[in-house]
Ligand binder design. Sequence first.
Ligand SMILES: C[S@@+](CC[C@H](N)C(=O)[O-])C[C@H]1O[C@@H](n2cnc3c(N)ncnc32)[C@H](O)[C@@H]1O
Length: 364
Amino acid sequence: MNNIIIGDCLLELKKIPDESIDLIFADPPYWMRVDGILKRPEGTEYQGCNDEWDNKFTTNEDYNKFTTLWLSECKRILKKNGSIWVIGGMQCIYSIGAIMQNLGFWFINDVIWQKTNPTPNFLGTRLNNAHETLIWATKTTKSKYTFNYKTAKELNNDIVNFEKGERRQLGSIWKIPVCSGNERLKKENGEKLHSTQKPESLLYRIIAISSKLGDTVLDPFGGTLTTAAMSKKLGRNYISIEQKKEYVDYGLIRLENIVFEDSKIAHAEFDKKPQKVTLQEMIEKGFLQDNENFYLKNTLLIAQLQKNGKLLYANNEIDMHSLAAKLKNSKSERLNGYNFWEVERNGIRVSIDTIRQNYREAIS
Ligand SMILES: C[S@@+](CC[C@H](N)C(=O)[O-])C[C@H]1O[C@@H](n2cnc3c(N)ncnc32)[C@H](O)[C@@H]1O
C-alpha cells in the first residue's frame, strides 16, 4: 500500500487508479522567479528557493499548463469524498486557485500559515513575507469529505487556557514555525537538504483533521517526504512522488525512524459519536430502578421512571425530554432530558447524564 516513487508526477500520477486516494497534499514548485543571488545585509549568501526544479518555467502559460496537468490527475485519482490541500506563496497560489476552480474543485477553506519565525526581508524593500496560503478543496460540491472537527479543536493549542482544558474551534490562521533545528534534514556536508521542507506540525495537523486511520494520503511533490512521515506517524497509508533521488534517499532514512503513534488524535477519538443508549436499557442493566424518582434539576418537581423508559407524571406517561420541556415552560417541545433530570444515589442528587456516562463506560 505504501509507496515512495522517484519520478515525474506528470507520468507517475497517470499510473494511479481512478478514485483511489482519500487525501492529497500538494506542495508544488512555487516558481519564485528568483533572479540572481540573495544576500544578507552583511554580504553572506542566503539559500532561498532558487532550485532548478523551481525555476524551470519560462512563462505564466508554461506554469499554468503544468499546474493544470497535475491537478487534473489529482482530481481523477481523488475519491468522491476525498479532499485536497495545496500550499503556495503569493507567486503561485492565485493562479493555482483559479485553475482548481476551473477544474471543478470545491473550496472548503483557505488557510494562512503564519510563520512565527519568517526569513526577514534583508533589504527592507517590502513587507516581511511571513505567510503561505493553503487551499483546502473537495472533488465536487457534493463530496462528503472527512473533517475531524473535535480533533481540530484538540490541536488548537494556540489559546491562553489550552493547558487548563479550554478548547476552541480551529480557525483559518495557523501560527507554526518554519521547519528548523533537528527537524531540518541536512546533507553530509551540513548544508540544508531542501530549500522548502515543510514543518511536520503543519502536515500532522492537516492529515489528522482531514483523513481517517488507514486512509491513503498522496503527495505528488514529496520533497523530503514530510507528508509520508506524518502519514506514517498517524497510521495512514502514503504514496509520495518526488523527482529528485537525493531528497528521497534522505527522506527514506527519516521515514524509517518514524513510528506509528497510537494516539487519540490518530484515531480521531474525540470525533467518535458516543454509543446510543436508552433509559429502558439502563433499567435492565441495573443502572436505574423501575419506579424510582426522577427529580427535575433545581426544582421540587418529581416524576417516576417506568419500566418502558418513560416518566410517570400527573398520571401520564411521557418521555423525559418532552416532560422537561413542558415543566420548564420551554418554547421547544423537547429539551435534552439528560441535562435536566437527576436521581438520588447515597443521599446525593446525580444527573442522568452522569448515570449514562457510567453505563457507557461499563459496556465499552
Ligand atoms: C516545494 S517542494 C516540496 C517540499 C516538501 N513538501 C517537503 O516537505 O519536503 C517541491 C518538490 O517537488 C519536486 N518536483 C518538482 N516538479 C516535480 C515533478 N514534475 N514531479 C515530481 N516532483 C517534482 C521538487 O524536486 C521539490 O522537491
